[in-house]
Design a protein around this ligand. Structure first.
Ligand code: ADP
Ligand code: MG
Length: 236
């Protein structure tokens, strides 16, 4: 299993952000994580990437435990967080070289790896620009590029397409689909068509609880995932 979550609960003050969630994701799956705002999607991702600890429960990524092996997990995972934090004053290529250094990619291989990722993420024309000067779609590509630089087995993408225009949306979606051919991907989104287009499996959480986990086609009953989503997440 790439990801195993057991009875995961996260409480912030008196707010239960995750409530006893258990699930597992196999190698090579592309899974869409859906849920209304505040459902607990980002919290689940932050726990899996070892940015925050759960209140109770446990999780493993590629056999590494979040409590015992956080460094190994950070090496195994590529993470694009919801805010996509980037250094706007750095140039794209400079930033990716910097991230490659953080991941301790061998010095003599760093440049070649950065060029490879620049090409893969369609950043060739933007590579000499300052990140702050890029459009939202290209900033998002830089976020995906930094998540991929160390060739992680698992990618965790928190709303990677939010705020993109229709063209950027299709481009970034295609990029994720392409990347997903060789990796396990867990991505959150509010766009149902995106899940239908990219994900073989859908997980829905609502108020911190797991309320659906199924094959995309199965869950949407051959058609309307949006309708199903509203049914599942209404009156809860
Ligand atoms: P989602 O990503 O699905 O929108 P989040 O995981 O960000 O949901 O949030 C789940 C719930 O936990 C929300 O009610 C949110 O307000 C709350 N929450 C998230 N982070 C914190 C925090 N650091 N402190 C207090 N409450 C938080
Ligand atoms: Mg979120």
């Amino acid at each position: 299993m790439s990801i195993t979550i057991k009875n995961l609960t996260k409480v912030y003050g008196n707010q239960k952000a995750l409530d006893n969630v258990s699930l597992s994701i196999g190698e090579g799956e592309i899974v869409g994580l859906l849920g209304p705002n505040g459902a607990g999607k980002s919290t689940m991702m932050k726990i899996l990437t070892c940015f925050i600890p759960p209140t109770s429960g446990d999780a493993e990524v590629c056999g590494f435990n979040i409590f015992d092996n956080p460094m190994e997990i950070k090496r195994t995972i590529g993470y694009l967080s919801e805010q996509n934090p980037l250094y706007y004053d750095m140039y794209v290529r400079e930033f990716l070289l910097f991230v490659a250094g953080i991941h301790k990619i061998e010095k003599k291989k760093r440049k070649a790896r950065v060029e490879e990722i620049i090409e893969l993420t369609g950043l060739t024309k933007e590579a000499n620009k300052k990140i702050g000067a890029l459009s939202k779609g290209y900033k998002q590509r830089v976020g995906i590029a930094q998540a991929l630089i160390h060739d992680p087995a698992v990618l965790i993408l928190d709303e990677p397409t939010t705020g993109l225009d229709p063209n950027q949306l299709v481009e970034v979606r295609n990029l994720i689909k392409q990347i997903g051919q060789t990796k396990t991907v867990l991505l959150s989104t509010h766009i149902m068509q995106e899940v239908e287009a990219m994900c073989t499996r859908v997980i829905i959480i609502n108020n911190g609880r797991l309320v659906a986990d199924d094959d995309t086609v199965q869950l949407s009953e051959g058609g309307n995932l949006e309708k199903k989503f509203r049914e599942i997440t209404a009156n809860m």
